[in-house]
Design a protein around this ligand. Structure first.
Ligand SMILES: [Zn+2]
Length: 264
């Protein structure tokens, strides 16, 4: 059964060793993460399915990591201290792949070091859950509806298992909110973020799925959180949940939304 679901940002600056002086600028997001960590602990998950945009291997296919031990560190960002290790739920990842491979392009791969899109949320959410297992999934270049359907297919496998499953969709929103944003400024940036926030709060999943891909691209949101979010929405769409925004801020010109989907 699904016991927890959330959408979270993954700026490496959220890691204290990396963020340092910038941490205060992300205080809303950090507080929201703390709240989520408490909720996740209370949900007693056996396994966390984490969906990240920043797994290297992805194009036509969805990907599932089958490396037995998974490690999180942020050496690339200058943090030599943080080291986390998780056990991969290999059986569950394989079961998902087997059950959906006739309907979706999906490949297995093996990589010990998790990408930062997976690592930043796991760092914040699992402090009190050292034994939780992980299934690491990356999205594809398929269209929006396919991502939603992929999520729905995963949900069927969650229901067939006797596991308590948490789903964490990792991703930032627009990368074009200010003139100093990484993608430069576009008015579509603010428009996209406000549209997503409104549609999520109103649980209008079909309207999110049918957002125009040109608009998503113009907003600088196509390479990060959008398709993670679509998979998550596919997983929870037909179950009863309460959608709650915990925080939104954009101190560096990128939209950081923390949204909790409280399973009823
Ligand atoms: Zn990203």
């Amino acid at each position: 059964m699904i016991t927890f679901a959330c959408f979270v940002p993954h700026s490496p600056l959220l890691i204290p060793e990396i963020g340092r002086d910038n941490l205060d600028k992300l205080s809303k997001t950090r507080e929201a993460y703390q709240h989520l960590a408490y909720e996740l602990y209370a949900a007693k998950p056996d396994v966390i399915i984490i969906v990240s945009p920043h797994i290297d291997l992805r194009e036509e296919s969805f990907v599932i990591n089958q490396q037995p031990q998974l490690k999180v560190n942020f050496k690339k960002f200058g943090d030599l201290v943080t080291n986390l290790e998780f056990e991969n739920d290999l059986g569950f990842g394989y079961q998902i792949k087997e059950s959906i491979e006739t309907s979706f392009p999906v490949i297995l791969f093996a990589q010990e070091e998790l990408d930062y899109g997976s690592g930043v949320p796991l760092y914040h959410l699992t402090k009190n859950l050292p034994k939780v297992k992980i299934v690491s999934i990356g999205y594809s270049n398929q269209d929006n509806q396919t991502h939603l359907d992929f999520g729905r297919a995963i949900k069927e496998q969650i229901n067939k298992s006797n596991k308590r499953v948490a789903v964490v969709a990792s991703g930032d929103l627009s990368h074009r909110l200010h003139k100093d944003s990484p993608g430069g400024y576009s008015p579509a940036g603010q428009d996209f973020d406000q549209t997503i926030i409104k549609l999520l709060n109103e649980k209008k999943v079909d309207e999110i799925v049918s957002l125009d891909s040109k608009f998503v691209e113009e907003a600088g949101a196509d390479q990060c959180g959008f398709r993670s979010l679509l998979i998550l929405l596919g997983i929870i769409k037909s179950i009863n949940y309460r959608s709650e925004q915990l925080s939104y801020e954009s101190p560096f010109g990128i939209g950081y939304l923390v949204q909790n989907f409280e399973i009823q």
